[in-house]
Write a protein that binds this ligand. Structure first.
Ligand code: NAG
Length: 281
């Protein structure tokens, strides 16, 4: 019996010992509480890191100016290309090598801007009737306006540069003035409303590195080439743009190449790369 009492006392003391250790929350429950807290804090921290990364990516990413735009009626291109304004492009005075500057300007060829479009399609689009394409009479020849503008600013630049250098001016004065007026009208027509920032200090500069929404010129170029009129200038500076001799530059795989070759009496594999040369200036 004594032994039984001893055992009972021992148990009781153990229980008491346990009671001494008593905390309002049982050990296992405390652990669970800590785990929930930890998960909560950890989740908030991870969420915060993710939000910070998103904010940083957004902050450093090139800004997409918000825009609403509809694709054009003709090539179907929208203004969907963020491009920063390049203050020091190789076409400008930042390019100190004037030979190289001339080269990049003259490398902008214009001939591919003369295209042929189905007459029916052009009529449905409300386009003015245009000259018949010599190699397919169901099509008419058009000059894509963007290429006309490039052609014009090339003329204007050549005039200015040749005047500055005191060298031979290769373009016609009246044509240069016509081009200048054409650009003026194009600027008014476009009504570009991009707000260009101004620097706070020093020489006022505007718009450097500022993003704008542009059409993708390479896609316009592709569209023009898909609708080729096989056209090439011999001398883009001279105002000789008429005559069937300009239409013999069909791409090798062009459906119009056989008709063109037959007209000029050229061999079946004839192909000539259009080269737009201008006299040195
Ligand atoms: C200028 O550019 C031309 C044409 O690319 C090149 O041949 C010439 O070496 C360049 N000159 C200098 C000084 O870099």
């Amino acid at each position: 019996m004594d032994r039984q009492k001893e055992q009972a006392d021992a148990l009781l003391s153990r229980e008491l010992q346990f009671d001494d250790d008593f905390t309002p929350f049982p050990k296992t429950k405390t652990k669970a509480r800590h785990t929930y807290k930890f998960i909560l804090v950890e989740s908030i921290a991870i969420l915060s890191i993710i939000l910070n990364i998103i904010a940083a990516v957004d902050y450093f990413a090139p800004k997409n100016v918000s825009f609403r735009d509809v694709p054009t009626d003709y090539s179907g291109l929208p203004h969907d290309q963020p491009v920063v304004y390049d203050w020091e492009s190789p076409f400008g005075p930042g390019n100190q090598n004037s030979t190289l500057q001339d080269e990049v300007w003259e490398a902008m060829t214009i001939g591919q801007g003369i295209i042929s479009l189905p007459k029916d399609w052009a009529k449905a689009k409300g386009l003015h009737p245009s000259a018949t394409f010599p190699w397919d009479h169901s099509r008419a020849v058009y000059l894509v306006a963007g290429y006309h503008k490039l052609h014009c600013i090339k003329k204007i630049r050549r005039w200015i540069v040749a005047t500055e250098r005191g060298s031979q001016r290769t373009d016609h004065y009246e044509h240069v003035l016509h081009c200048l007026d054409g650009i003026r009208q194009a600027i008014l027509c476009e009504g570009d409303d991009t707000p260009l920032y101004l620097s706070e200090v020093g020489d006022k500069i505007s718009g450097r590195d500022e993003p704008r929404q542009c059409r993708d010129w390479s896609k316009l170029d592709r569209w023009a080439k898909e609708n080729t009129a096989c056209y090439g200038y011999d001398n883009e500076a001279a105002d000789d743009s008429g005559g069937i001799k300009h239409y013999k530059y069909c791409p090798r795989d062009s459906p119009y190449a056989p008709v063109m070759r037959e007209y000029f009496g050229l061999p079946d594999d004839y192909y000539e790369e259009p080269v737009e040369e201008v006299p040195s200036y």
